[in-house]
Design a protein around this ligand. Sequence first.
Ligand SMILES: [Mg+2]
Length: 273
Amino acid sequence: MEHLLSAWPAVVRRVRDCRRILLLSDYDGTLSPIVERPEMATMPREIKVLLERLARHQGFQVGIISGRALNDLKERVGIEGITYAGNHGLEIQGPGLAFVNPLAEEMKPLLHLLHCVLNSTLTAIRGTLVENKGLSLTVHYRQVDESKMEDVRRAVDSVVAASRAVGKIRTTNGKKVYEVRPAVDWDKGKAIELLLARHARKGKLAPLPIFLGDDATDEDGFKVVQRNGGISVLIGEKGASSGASYCLSSVAEVGRFLELLGECKRRPNSEPY
Ligand SMILES: [Mg+2]
């Protein structure tokens, strides 16, 4: 895995040579720094300005793919005319696109029930937060005392065990979170495939996909982007085990990358669009 800014001289050629870029990014830990409480996560103003600039550029199609609920994500990012994929891609909205995974939609009542049970079970453990995102749940334990973290895992396991055993839901781990998701064959990678397929259907040249992410659920996205000849970028340590081909070490470096992307597409030899 190479540091993307060090590898930029080689990457810039690929970016300049393609006609269109499908620029996709995760939100938490990628466009906004990780914070103690999820509701406090905000995107730095500079990042928003850079994304808005790229979104207006004809050579880019911009999308944000997050584990957050779609409406929460749209509100936080607040950029018009781009694509938003919430709940790990189970719900997607963008120009000319409105998608909800139908099998996941059917799981809503069960998820609501699990949310109630998890809420009442976990009130005993200080610092936990159970978020109902409609099509999935997140148990946050960043604020839980280190000595109680194993208790959280056991409690979550006991509540979801039956639904998981009958194949209704699945659980995944992230940065100090457990995700309770419908057991449907859908993830961030599938959402990226859907967005790429839309281009193919319109008979346009395949865009160069770029995907940035920082957590375990982003790995599905990295795989699809790699398979489609794109650029996958982990926000994290260089030595981390990941399918991404490049890394950036912070949200600030993501900003620098977005700036470079815009600059190289402004040069005359990148025309015409
Ligand atoms: Mg993230």
